[in-house]
Design a protein around this ligand. Sequence first.
Ligand SMILES: Cc1ncc(COP(=O)(O)O)c(C=O)c1O
Length: 374
Amino acid sequence: MKIEPFKLERYYTLHEHTAKYSLCNSDCEAMTIADLLSLENGAKKAFENTWLGYTHTQGSPELRRDITTIYSKITAEDVIVCAGAQEPIFLFSHAVLNPDDEVIVQTPCYQSLQSVPESIGCKVLSWHVRYQKNVPCFDIEALKKMITNKTKVIYLNAPHNPTGFLFTKEEQQAIIELARINNIIIFCDEVYRELEHKPSFAIPAFADAYENGVSIGVMSKAYGLPGLRIGWLATQNQTILEKVAILKEYTTICNAGPSEFLAGVALRNRHAILDKNLKIIQDNLPLYDTFFTKYADLFSWYKPNAGPIAFVKMHFDTNDMDFAEQVLKEKSVLILPSGVYDFKGYFRIGFGRQKTPEALEQFESFVLENLMGK
Ligand SMILES: Cc1ncc(COP(=O)(O)O)c(C=O)c1O
């Protein structure tokens, strides 16, 4: 198996732990183990007594029950717990796809959604974003035209990294109908779900809404706990679930017991954690509003309905990779250039972190020193 280097993850590996300020993270503010355990009576003692033996391949029954609380139809039997969200993307693709299958991927995308099927030898068709007056949209008629009798999977990401786009319930239903009549699996990466900026923006998980829908979720983003490396795949389709479980015995076998325990504490207390993280987002968004109004000649952004990230268009002539490098070199501020998504002229920003105001201040000083009069 030959696979492309993961441009976004390479970029983070190189810079995430050395840049002084980050303006582009996709995870919300994290917390310590002590703070997490303090959310539940008796959790500290129970954590200290966690047994460090092998755990269940499918994930502990208790954690799978806790995971079902974010779904409506999905039961504990419909869930397999994995290492983050990256592992279920890899496992699902290898479990389900054969070299001559066709897949359709919402694009630009988190690269594994495209590179893993490509590495298997599938034909990968891109369902491209269209910007209309700076608002991203995905045309369902265009999707319909891409479907052939070889299409096996439609890969979606909702809310979407990097544009911040989220389908409406009507759009979701139209995509499901298309998939159903053509017997296509929908794999939806839902790592930013539960971070809708207003409850009315929320849509059902694809695993609940479609019998051949597969949803992946994770502790990393909305709950701000990426260090746990706990994610999962949920589907009503038991054939898919079993194939994924069989393959997992070649990757991680089972999950870290202490992480499974802590993920359970977080999920049982998720409303408190989500309120904290949504408050950070709601405090940071107006700062960006002010910034992009002030520098409207240089940048424009689509303010999303969900999630902790947005995509910013640059109105001046520059290569986004060079621009990000210059910002990093001069101000030690990390922004994510759209080149890591094979997309030109944008960069990604984040707003789920407490230190966003400081990072934005530094970015503004870069703008004032380098871009005025452009
Ligand atoms: C859309 C999307 N899917 C999957 C992942 C991987 O998540 P994790 O790091 O928890 O494995 C990310 C991380 O940035 C992501 O943005």
